[in-house]
Design a protein around this ligand. Structure first.
Ligand code: SF4
Length: 196
């Protein structure tokens, strides 16, 4: 059983897989506490119905080949049983995580989005396929470099403006990426498209 906040079929808006159809499974529970979090209603797992893994997989397999598990912080829970069940029916498993808790589960794609107030548990850095650093203020560029120094050589590096600060921070991100082209701009394109 996992506290399921919501599940929906949409287009992945961010990172390497942006533009691809994907089924999102949002698991409740997160105590990282980002002040700018746009899904604060995910924090308390007790308000989301305990849902069987079978029920989640039965829904997911109707819609898409790619399943994105997000939160909240999905690694609050053991992701082993859910990902095993998704893999068993041939689905691709993606996770969006802050990495604040030990990595569990079998993943085809790991998007690591570290948060300053609760840093990732070390082993996940080398396993991440993409590093997505949210830029809320100037100091986040320093934090981004500090985090990038810990990932593997093939990890794709993204800078993404925090949505409420996008007008202020986007020009700074553009300048930064042009000066430091190992970084790539990521936008929350689903918000521009007005889809979930
Ligand atoms: S880690 Fe994600 S879900 Fe948790 S508080 Fe931060 S932005 Fe929100």
């Amino acid at each position: 059983m996992l506290p399921l906040m919501e599940e929906f079929y949409t287009i992945q808006g961010e990172g390497y897989h942006k533009g691809k159809a994907a089924y999102f499974v949002r698991i409740g529970g997160c105590d990282v506490g980002c002040h700018w979090c746009d899904v604060k209603e995910s924090w308390n797992p007790d308000i989301h119905p305990p849902t069987s893994i079978d029920a989640i997989v039965d829904q997911a397999k109707k819609y898409a080949k790619t399943i994105v598990v997000t939160g909240g912080e999905p690694l609050t829970w053991d992701m082993g049983p859910l990902t095993a069940a998704l893999k068993e029916v041939g689905l691709d498993t993606h996770i969006e995580t802050s990495g604040a808790y030990p990595l569990s589960g079998q993943w085809d794609w790991i998007c690591l989005s570290p948060k300053k107030i609760k840093l990732p548990v070390a082993p996940i850095y080398k396993k991440a396929h993409e590093l997505k650093v949210i830029i809320y203020n100037q100091d986040d560029f320093r934090f981004a470099e500090e985090q990038a120094a810990q990932v593997g050589p093939d990890c794709i590096l993204y800078l993404q403006p925090e949505w409420s600060k996008r007008d202020k921070m986007m020009p700074k991100i553009v300048d930064y990426v042009m000066a430091n082209p190992k970084w790539v701009v990521s936008l929350q394109t689903h918000k521009y498209l007005n889809i979930p």
